[in-house]
Design a protein around this ligand. Structure first.
Ligand SMILES: Cc1ncc(COP(=O)(O)O)c(C=O)c1O
Length: 475
């Protein structure tokens, strides 16, 4: 079958529109003998009947094995170069009490980016010394709580935070370990990276200003300087950007060693995952090998000891684990012409589902691509180009811009969108008063809710219109 001219150039007509490419789907996703999508032995139809749709389905063993895998790879490779590595799970990707326990049981630390994320990690019983706190504008209350409970590291993002963290530490009679976030001028995204003197963005401190701020940190008896931090972007498929950032940070790291200890170097997160079958992310083993080589050779060139390296991956741990299940509601064949490019109309099939940008804002926020498969059944019908549209009042409310589904897709079918575990639920909203969907963990043929869905009662709970005081005359 020839491809639809409306399809993007990277998207080929699949040989089998029911196949679940391993690179995109969670490790325990398969098709049953009858053709239905099953995740960890639980069928899509049973999940939808029991929990409703939209539904985030997390393959629990997948998260656990990726978390353990990244820790083992980094432990092994940094031991090879005579050092060690600390892996922080970036909780912003998706944090719940269960997830916090899964990743810490796998030996990871957790990086939190707000008081709310800190509260979830603490509620999960995570030892605060295994937490790091980030943010370009932490409130005084967030700093105070983090210092008070004894978080293992706070990443200082601007000069003004030095005194804020130092004062909180003095109040709590603690010595607070801190890192300093550097704006290295390196920004990476997928295959490209951009290196400038200073990237035009809100995070971090320019390299040139860092020595003075580190000196200031070192004058504070209530602070302990751990080292520099850099995070160069997200969904990165190559290691060149990390190498360039590490090279820039290393020069500064070596300079800082002249005046005191710099035990660690934090190179952030951002490792890419596959959202479609054409994406080719680096294997985590390979990332660990390259990181260890980059750091070891950088240290050798400067004649300094190999520091302990910290990393903060989020997406690569939880992203591939989750499939969002939706129910198809309406279907429209839209005839499209593109003046100057496509004079003969072609059909784009709009398949509308019962969720959308409120449960996955990434496509509308930054044009992210996803893929889709029929979930309740498989089908031999010819594949047709589809666009999976949400139900919100926005024409940009698209979940999957382009993929092929069997042409007999019909209302009532379930579809599964894989690789929605990172920045899906975490960025969900109540737009159009849709309740945020539940998150269900599946493992060994069992399913259980780990975050319940929002009800109409939840949606009305904070609206004061029905409260007694609302009946008093307005002032
Ligand atoms: C400072 C920092 N660390 C780590 C991460 C995690 O990135 P990813 O989920 O792409 O690995 C982010 C993401 O925005 C970040 O800002």
């Amino acid at each position: 079958m020839s491809s639809n001219p409306l399809a993007p150039s990277w998207l080929a007509v699949p040989d089998d529109a029911n196949a679940l490419p391993e690179v995109v789907w969670s490790r325990n996703a398969t098709r049953s003998g009858a053709g239905e999508l099953e995740i960890a032995g639980v069928g899509a139809t049973a999940l939808a009947q029991r929990f409703g749709t939209p539904l985030y389905v997390v393959d629990e063993a997948d998260v656990k094995s990726r978390a353990a895998g990244i820790r083992e790879s980094f432990d092994r490779e940094f031991a090879r170069v005579g050092s060690s590595a600390k892996v922080y799970y970036a909780g912003k990707a998706f944090l719940s009490i269960e997830v916090a326990r899964w990743v810490t049981d796998a030996g990871l630390n957790i990086d939190v980016a707000s008081g709310g994320e800190l509260a979830v990690a603490l509620a999960a019983g995570v030892d605060p010394s295994r937490l790091g706190l980030h943010g370009n504008n932490k409130s005084l209350a967030e700093i105070d709580r983090a210092v008070g409970v004894g978080v293992g590291a706070i990443v200082i993002d601007s000069e003004i935070e030095v005194s804020r963290v130092a004062e909180a530490a003095t109040r709590h009679a603690r010595v607070q370990p801190v890192r300093l976030r550097i704006n290295s001028g390196v920004h990476a995204s997928t295959h490209e990276y951009l290196a400038t003197a200073r990237e035009d963005q809100k995070f971090g401190i320019p390299l040139a200003d860092a020595p003075a701020i580190v000196a200031l940190i070192r004058t504070q008896p209530s602070l302990q300087f751990l080292g520099l931090h850099s995070h160069i972007g997200s969904q990165i498929f190559e290691s060149d950007g990390f190498a360039e950032a590490a090279r820039r940070l290393f020069a500064l790291h070596a300079e800082l060693l002249a005046d005191g200890p710099v035990p660690e170097l934090n190179l952030g997160g951002g490792f890419g995952i596959a959202y479609t079958s054409v994406d080719e992310p680096l294997e985590i083993d390979e990332v660990a090998v390259r990181f260890a080589d980059i750091v070891a050779s950088g240290a050798a060139e400067l004649g300094i000891p190999v520091p302990v390296v910290a990393i903060e991956p989020g997406r690569t741990i939880v992203g591939p684990s989750t499939t969002t299940l939706y129910t198809v509601g309406t279907i429209k064949d839209v005839l499209v012409t593109l003046p100057g490019a496509l004079e003969t109309p072609a059909i784009r099939k709009y398949v509308s589902i019962d969720g959308g940008m409120s449960d996955n804002v990434r496509p509308s926020l930054y044009g992210a691509d996803y893929s889709v498969r029929l979930a309740n059944r498989s089908s031999d019908a010819e594949p047709v180009l589809v666009r999976i549209a949400g139900k919100h009042c926005e024409s940009g409310d698209i979940v999957v811009r382009a993929d092929y589904l069997p042409g007999d897709v019909r209302p009532g079918d379930l579809v599964g969108v894989p690789a929605t575990g990172a920045y899906g639920w975490a960025m969900a909203s109540n737009y159009n008063y849709l309740g945020r969907p539940p998150v269900v963990a599946v493992i060994d043929g069992e399913a259980r809710v780990i975050v319940r869905g929002e009800t109409e009662e939840d949606l009305l709970a904070r609206d004061m219109g029905l409260a007694p005081q609302a009946r008093e005359p307005r002032r």
